[in-house]
Design a protein around this ligand. Sequence first.
Ligand SMILES: [Zn+2]
Ligand SMILES: [Zn+2]
Length: 134
Amino acid sequence: MPVPKNCPHCGKLYLEVGHKMCLDCFTVEQEMEQRVMEYVRENRQVNVKDIVDNTGVKERLVIKMIREGRFMQSEYPVAYPCESCGEPIFHGKVCRKCSEKFMDEVAKLNAANAQPQNANRHSMAMMRDSDKRK
Ligand SMILES: [Zn+2]
Ligand SMILES: [Zn+2]
């Protein structure tokens, strides 16, 4: 038995049948996606901002489509901002620079953890982390 849920977009009650929104919102989203696909087909080398500005589709939806790999088969990959610095990227979550920086930090952290005298600093960092989560 499907349970009625509130649509996360419009708040209307709907029966979940595989979509995470009501049928109205799903139809709208389908149309939006169609518009985005057409725009990407007709324009080369577009980025998320171009799409949002020219189709009126919400950035959230465009990024969702990229994450789902909707443009992977397309000849023209769509650039979207690196989650860390905002540089345009074509795959993954962060650009190469940021992922290298991140790997570097992880390596440093691992090296620091390997030395017992740094144990205190490490647990401080852990406490700061758990504070953030509150
Ligand atoms: Zn809805
Ligand atoms: Zn970056």
